[in-house]
Design a protein around this ligand. Structure first.
Ligand code: F6P
Length: 550
């Protein structure tokens, strides 16, 4: 029985009517009418604080959005995920990244087996390995300790550990430098290899399938580079380990089983930071730090499972996003971390949200009437203020923003952090408040501008405001708080997928381009006669081939 699309629910009809009646409301008026507004629309959970009051909502909006969630059976779907049901219906898989951060001994049944023991057995192996690397017990082929960790992977086998290593670099090991290579473009790996000492470098080949073209190409190139300098095959095992679900492919590559850290098909790539894919992070911050990351995510999991939807942070963050996307038709969401060490967080969320919910049919294969995932993009503040905030403030599109900040820095430079936070808070206030013509005119008059100059400038100085944002705060950017933040967005993504009725855990859309690329690659390499493409693609191939032969 196909699930009912959310657009057929009674709650959607009520929300549509509510939208029509309230869409012209101004947030500045809502704040003026209710001094306690911020308290009403904010909450704390697992070390995070969410202020969602700077949205175009009132208590009726939230009530109706919660009714929508319930009519879409969110609580039942959530419980099904945690119970290990095969909710990834097109691949027939469970979705149990949450089990990866459950404490040792907390039973998680899957197909009649308790997977908790398997999960912690891998964590124990990672623990032993990372201690040996960090303590200089594991030595390279010339007897020196490891200094550089090179993760070779792409997508979820790159973005999560890369983001987390950057976010927690203050907790990093003094001797170990993590590097991340992902692109098939040789400029990526080619820029790094000359800077490495092969005798003190450990390569982590990270790939759930161990078939991804970019990763396999980079891995083979790294292997060849290493063997050029250390020709004895048995020296490879001191410098190459693998993270994968595909033991056979790993062994074929030449990495011994004892150097492989496994994970499982019920872990989605973009949800795999908590698995052995997180090995570079454990090498950088240690087992204790990694355990704190897991604990932070687990705390958020417990909140998501137990808190009533009315006080449920992932649910509310998701539902406000639904209100912006499906009622206000806002086409994108800008992620604005006001923390330099979260500079890769927008890119991480791009895969998490857009690869999860960038879908056009429901789980049952029915075409979707309503819009799904917005475009996720962004950069750190304050830099964004000097790049695209002009559009956020005075552009023709309204783009919701998620501001993320830590109240305490990990640096000791005086003055910087208060300036950073002041900008973060000011931007969300300015986006909400705006500046009307009367206020702008008064400002221009105070600058002793002539009447003519004021009339000319006035239209350019008006800010319509009423531009929504969320602000997420944490005390400090610690492993536990990062774990909770990532889990928050994982569950927000899940909630929105439930409302839209899509499968958030497959990614069939990435396959078509890969197939065409293999054909064109063969043509460019001259291994295959040129296939008749469209005139554009034929022309592009011809230009490339001419460039190669010149
Ligand atoms: O982008 C498609 C995808 O399959 C992602 O879902 C995945 O994270 C990435 O490619 C890498 O896949 P693998 O870890 O199997 O190399």
């Amino acid at each position: 029985m196909p699930a009912m699309p959310f657009t057929a629910t009674a709650a959607h009809l009520a929300l549509t009517n509510h939208f029509a009646a309230s869409r012209r409301g101004q947030m500045r008026d809502l704040f003026a009418q209710n001094p306690a507004r911020a308290q009403e629309f904010s909450l704390e959970a697992a070390g995070l604080f969410l202020d969602y009051s700077k949205n175009r909502i009132d208590s009726e909006t939230v009530r109706l959005l919660l009714a929508l969630a319930r009519e879409c059976r969110l609580e039942q779907q959530r419980d099904a995920m945690f119970a290990g049901e095969r909710i990834n219906t097109t691949e027939g898989r469970a979705v149990l990244h949450t089990a990866l951060r459950a404490p040792r001994g907390q039973c998680q049944e899957l197909d009649g087996c308790d997977i908790n023991a398997d999960i912690h057995a891998v964590l124990d192996r990672m623990h032993d390995f990372s201690n040996r690397i960090r303590d200089g017990i594991w030595l390279g082929c010339t007897g020196q300790p490891i200094t550089d960790i090179v993760n070779i992977g792409i997508g979820g086998s790159d973005l999560g550990p890369k983001m987390a290593c950057q976010a927690l670099r203050a907790h990093g090991h003094p001797r170990l430098t993590p590097h991340f290579v992902s692109n098939a473009d040789g400029h990526d790996l080619g820029a790094l290899l000359p800077r490495l000492n092969s005798a003190t470098t450990l390569f982590v080949i990270a790939s759930k399938t161990f078939t991804t073209a970019e990763t396999m190409m980079n891995a083979q190139t790294a292997r060849a580079w290493f063997l050029q300098q250390h020709p004895h095959l048995d020296e490879l095992k001191k410098h190459f380990v693998a993270v994968s679900t595909n033991a056979e492919a790993v062994q074929s590559f030449g990495i011994a089983p004892e150097n492989m850290f496994p994970f499982w098909d019920w872990v989605g790539g973009r949800y795999s930071l908590w698995s052995a894919i997180g090995l570079p992070l454990m090498l950088a911050i240690g087992f204790e730090g990694f355990t704190q990351l897991l604990a932070g995510a687990h705390a958020l999991d417990q909140h998501f499972r137990e808190a009533p939807l009315e006080r449920n942070m992932p649910a509310l963050l998701a539902l406000v996003g639904i209100w912006n996307r499906n009622y206000f038709n806002d086409a994108s969401l800008s992620i604005s971390p006001y923390h330099q060490d979260l500079k890769y967080f927008p890119a991480y969320l791009q895969q998490l949200e857009m690869e999860s919910n960038g879908k056009q049919v429901t789980c049952d294969g029915m075409p979707l009437e309503a819009a799904t995932c917005p475009i996720i993009w962004g950069d750190v503040g304050t830099n964004g203020q000097h790049a695209y905030f002009q559009l956020l403030h005075q552009g023709t599109d309204i783009i919701p923003v998620d501001f993320i900040a830590a109240l305490k820095p990990s640096h000791g430079l005086p003055g910087h952090h208060t300036a950073l936070l002041a900008n973060c808070f000011a931007q969300s206030e300015a986006l909400m408040l705006g500046k009307n013509a009367e206020e702008a005119r008064r400002e221009l008059q105070a600058e002793s501008k002539s009447a003519q100059a004021i009339e000319a400038l006035l239209p350019h100085k008006i800010f319509h405001g009423n531009r929504p944002s969320n602000t997420i705060l944490m005390d400090e950017l610690s492993p536990a708080n990062l774990g909770a933040l990532v889990a928050l967005y994982e569950h927000k993504t899940f909630v929105q997928g439930v409302i839209w009725g899509v499968n958030s855990f497959d990614q069939w859309g990435v396959e078509f381009g890969k197939v065409l690329a293999r054909q064109i690659h063969a043509e460019l390499a001259g291994a295959s006669a040129s296939k008749q493409h469209d005139s554009s693609t034929n022309g592009l191939i011809a230009r490339a081939r001419a460039a190669y032969s010149s």
